[in-house]
Design a protein around this ligand. Structure first.
Ligand code: MN
Length: 210
């Protein structure tokens, strides 16, 4: 992700059809090239009138939104959060088998959740419990504890002082074309393509203070 204004839509790290049959090609195209693109355009339009914000990274803006100018605060939470959250989501999936790449994260998952299956069960319950649009996240607390949280809309855990390891977008646009209203099936699909390698890397950055 480039550091500051003007922001760009980071290219997918795989082809549009790479996550078939779990995430369909048309959904990936619309989700990345149209929906995320609009968040990026909106964010840049908002920042174009605020030179004092143009040198800040997304994370710097989102860490404490109360410090943002009131007229653009919600717009940055929505569109900056949209860019931040989607970048983690898209970069957090892969067509490759990556479970063996989670050397640092795996033992911590076992410590906090018992087994990978129980972690999935709990993560799924959180992702299903998001009412309306939002995300479920695996995060690291400031004291190092691993936990699952939800955020509504494009709010991001960074604004609550939490460090993100992995996250699933459960807005209907992420699955409606393929799974219609069956969010549970989409969450199962996501487990097949989640990048343990990316999650492991994010976890290591979290505990090292990035
Ligand atoms: Mn989305």
């Amino acid at each position: 992700m480039n550091e500051h204004y003007p922001f760009v839509n980071p290219p997918l790290p795989y082809a549009y059809d790479a996550l078939e049959p779990y995430i369909d090609t048309q959904t990936m195209y619309i989700h990345h090239d149209r929906l995320l693109q609009r968040y990026v355009a909106n964010l840049n339009a908002i920042l174009s009138g605020y030179p004092e914000l143009q040198n800040l990274s997304l994370e710097e803006m989102l860490r404490d939104p109360s410090k943002l100018p009131e007229p653009v605060r919600q717009g940055i939470i929505n569109n900056g959060g949209g860019l931040y959250n989607h970048t983690i989501y898209f970069n957090g999936m892969t067509p490759s088998e990556t479970r063996s790449e989670a050397q640092a994260l795996y033992p911590v998952i076992i410590r906090y959740f018992g087994t990978v299956e129980r972690f999935f069960d709990e993560f799924k319950a959180y992702a299903l419990a998001v009412f309306g649009s939002g995300y479920a996240w695996l995060i690291v607390e400031p004291d190092g504890r691993l936990r699952i949280v939800m955020t509504p809309n494009q709010n991001t855990p960074v604004s609550n002082g939490l460090c993100v390891v992995a996250g699933i977008d459960v807005w209907e646009h992420a699955y409606f074309l393929k799974r219609f209203n069956d969010r549970a099936a989409y969450i199962e699909d996501w487990f097949h393509v989640v990048s343990w390698e990316a999650a492991n890397e994010r976890y290591v950055n979290c505990i090292n203070g990035e």
